[in-house]
Ligand binder design. Sequence first.
Ligand code: SF4
Ligand code: SF4
Length: 67
Amino acid sequence: MAKVVINKEKCKGCLLCVSFCPKALFIVEEKLNSKGVKPVKLKEINDCVGCGQCAVICPECCIEIYE
Ligand code: SF4
Ligand code: SF4
């Protein structure tokens, strides 16, 4: 399983990663970040395949994938 690191302070809540993840692993946090938006996070239990689509699609470069 790949490790996904999200920079929640940079996230602008556009939800592109939510749409593009083939495993539908992203959910929206309740707590606002310093930009005043609800950032995304991954589900507690996930089966990330490390495809990297979320990292490529994120316009703010918030997501890093580690194998
Ligand atoms: S690397 Fe792929 S499977 Fe993993 S969270 Fe990103 S889009 Fe989803
Ligand atoms: S694509 Fe990037 S900026 Fe948009 S919600 Fe996902 S992590 Fe946040």
